[in-house]
Design a protein around this ligand. Structure first.
Ligand code: F0G
Length: 451
């Protein structure tokens, strides 16, 4: 049996002119020489992909706690040895759904939804957090911290609780959905609210992150990315190792698109897949510094363009209300090498796409619906063909933001302009009598057109 070995990994600065390496036990988040982002790199491996494929498959029927996790089942890809104490909630193992209504809405023959919102705390963050908190524990950290628009907070809170480690989360006051806040409180995190937006919270956390005693688990931490990259392996396995033509992912702080790009890149180097899916990142129009960078870079050709943050990001998809994404350079690598795109969608497009995903019986939070809205847009532009194989990554559960859902169906959802509820499902008032209920039920059946 193969197994993981920490000795095979190092941390390396991603800046081509620097590339300084660091040991795995160095508690750093950015390169201490040039300030660049860090990658965790496997230093020696043989292609041996097909042996891995059967090993990973065999683990599906095992009851071992490493194997029950959809992240640690792929442990050969992770920078830990078998003797580490893993902190797991049996994350990953999320379904890939066929979504006929969403496909039709986008103008596709078929569409699949990889529902990362079905992780233990209801978002994709858990696949990264299991690895980050395992590393925190290995480093004997005494306080784990993050800045968050809500989901990272809920996830950290849960995993820190499992690890019996104190944690503190910094959130923008009044800008986080109550469901996410409720989770963090229930799991016992200390919740710190700051006047300001997510970018201000992130900046503040980075300013204190070099304190010896704390451990920062935002996606600037390369161990988070390691966990999230395993989703590429799980997805490829679900597709019998045939990669889709296109993969769509929402973009906020840009950790997830970075991670998926790294995951597929590594699968390719193992010989497990024969090409990369085109990774397209979708941002909300009001919080889209990466899309603007992409557009400028595309028209500038080989000249390099400066990345400009968005000072006042706005969107009702509060999870991705981010103007200064810390991981943009890694996400840019994912998009460039896979020949994807970075695009924006409007608040109206997000709201309608979200309602359509709901009608597939799947549902998701607003940020996740940028994917289906983005696919519709790129089918219309011709970049995606109607018979292409396409996967949208849904990042959060429908119950993460119920205010948004209720407002949409009540026709009271407002951003800077009113949003039309084109797929409205309005509650009906029924008088409290048998006759009234009978008539209403008959009407519901007739209106449905279901034979
Ligand atoms: N979708 C959801 C539901 C999210 O919570 C986030 C980010 C994203 C998409 C964007 O992913 O940042 O990797 O590009 N949420 C972070 C948080 C910022 O604090 O929960 P990204």
């Amino acid at each position: 049996m193969m197994d993981a070995s920490r000795d095979n990994f190092i941390q390396r600065c991603i800046e081509p002119s620097c590339q300084t390496t660091f040991a795995l036990n160095d508690r750093i988040y950015i390169c201490s020489h040039c300030g660049g982002l860090l990658d965790i790199e496997l230093t020696n491996h043989s292609p041996g992909g097909h042996a891995l494929e059967s090993e990973w498959r065999a683990r599906l029927s095992s009851t071992d706690r490493w194997d029950r996790s959809g992240v640690w089942r792929f442990r050969e890809l992770l920078p830990f040895s078998a003797d580490v104490e893993i902190i797991t909630l049996k994350e990953g193992n999320t379904p890939l759904y066929d979504a006929a209504r969403s496909a039709e809405y986008c103008g596709l023959n078929s569409l699949q939804l990889k529902h990362q919102g079905l992780n233990p705390t209801g978002s994709f963050k858990d696949t990264g957090m299991t690895v980050a908190i395992t590393q925190a524990k290995a480093l004997r950290s005494t306080l784990a911290v993050c800045a968050s628009t809500g989901n990272t907070a809920a996830s950290l809170a849960a995993y820190a609780a499992r690890a019996n480690m104190p944690c503190a989360i910094l959130v923008p006051a009044g800008q986080v959905s109550l469901a996410k806040l409720a989770q963090a409180l229930d799991y016992g995190a200390r919740v710190l609210e700051v006047e300001g937006n997510f970018d201000a919270c992130m900046q503040l956390m980075l300013e204190v992150a070099d304190e010896e005693t704390i451990y920062l688990v935002n996606s600037i931490n390369p161990f988070r990315i390691e966990g999230q990259k395993t989703v590429a392996a799980e997805l490829a396995e679900q597709l019998s190792w045939k990669v889709p033509d296109h993969l769509f992912v929402p973009g906020g702080n840009l950790g997830n698109s970075s991670a998926l790009g790294k995951g597929f890149r590594e699968l390719l180097s193992y010989g497990l897949i024969d090409r990369l899916p085109r990774i397209t990142v979708v941002q909300a129009e009001g919080a889209s510094p990466f899309a603007r960078f992409f557009a400028q870079q595309t028209s500038a050709g080989s000249q390099s363009v400066e990345f400009v943050n968005e000072e006042e990001p706005t969107t009702l998809a509060s999870a991705i209300k981010i103007g200064a994404p810390v991981s943009w350079k890694k996400a840019w690598r994912s998009v460039q090498e896979s020949q994807g795109q970075v695009i924006t969608v409007t608040e109206q497009e997000i709201a309608d796409a979200k309602a359509v995903i709901g009608r597939d019986g799947v549902g998701c939070e607003p940020a996740s619906a940028t994917t289906v809205a983005g696919i519709k847009k790129l089918v219309a532009s011709g970049f995606v063909k109607s018979d292409d194989s396409v996967v949208a990554v849904l990042t959060g559960h429908v119950l993460k933001d119920t205010d948004y859902v209720i407002n949409y169906h009540n026709q009271t959802l407002r951003s800077t302009t009113d949003i039309r509820s084109n797929f409205r499902n309005k509650p009906l008032h029924v008088a409290s009598s048998r006759q009234s209920l009978k008539e209403t039920l008959a009407r519901v059946r007739d209106e449905s057109g279901y034979l």
